[in-house]
Design a protein around this ligand. Sequence first.
Ligand SMILES: CSC[C@@H](O)[C@@H](O)C(=O)COP(=O)(O)O
Length: 354
Amino acid sequence: MNFKTLEWQGGIDGTLELLDQRKLPAVTEMLQIKTIPQLYEAIKTLAVRGAPAIGVAAAYGLGLALQDTDQSVGLRAALAHLDSAAAELARSRPTAVNLTWALKRVQKCARVFIEDNPSASVTDFREDVLDQAHTICREDQKMCREIGLNGQKLITPGSAIITHCNAGALATAGQGTALSPLYEAHAAGTPFTVYVDETRPLLQGARLTAWELNQQNIPVTLICDNMAASLMAEGKITAVITGADRIAANGDTANKIGTLNLALLAYHFGIPFYIAAPSSTFDIDTPMGEKIVIEQRDPAEVKCILDRAVSPATICAYNPAFDLTPAKYITAMITEKGIIEKPNKSTIAEHLAQ
Ligand SMILES: CSC[C@@H](O)[C@@H](O)C(=O)COP(=O)(O)O
């Protein structure tokens, strides 16, 4: 990739750098994040977004949380500080499970460190927390690559793919989930076409996926969200691939609002519909999709396009950020471990246990 979505700069007193996705594609600018309130705001306002990316950013956030800890407070007080930062970050966005998954993982490792090293210094503790964040970041990069290698076989010469929102490098620490098979197919010289939904209200498809693929010299055709049915009816689409924010134990999947439209259309036209996601996006503690909390965002986002009002100021608008696609409409899931055909409770449990 010729850009960085997020990167830790320096050692334990370092800074989290985030590519400010609110400004793309017009401006490419890195945000310097030093505090938990800054990171909370960056996640909430989608400066950093996409399920795996917000998980990695939150893990680094716990490294930041300890920077203003008085080094003489002791390990238990430092842990309490870390826990309160984790609770604050977890409140930033509710749907993507990777956020709480990453926070809980760092919190668990922090407890193990203190148990194993009761007389360690706070500086040692901070080193360990930062190491955990680096590990989560590296693992995400690896999982993205493996998703690409596993999914690449689904992109045959002449494939025409629709993708929704942005599940690429901008949404992860690596080369993305839904876009990763496309990167691998492109590198292998397989000819294919990509259509990207604009993804209202915040235009992640138009602003981010189109920008990202263009940066990597992959030709992309932008469509409005209401054009997919007509393209499919004309026989122009061979598959749909999207990412996921949370996958319930039975395979029901929460992803960007509009994903369900594509899944139902694909089902109607007999086109395969794939979800690409790392195992960190599976939430086996949530039995089915209807238990997933769907983030409701400010209605003003629907009433404006790029800060310009497109409706009367006084009308109501409805703005759920995600929808739920029932597992029965999902042909297969692509993970770093392989492919789950006909995802359901048992095929998913078996796959994740590998
Ligand atoms: C690899 S990213 C998967 C999902 O997080 C992605 O498809 C998505 O819905 C992102 O929504 P966003 O609101 O932009 O964070």
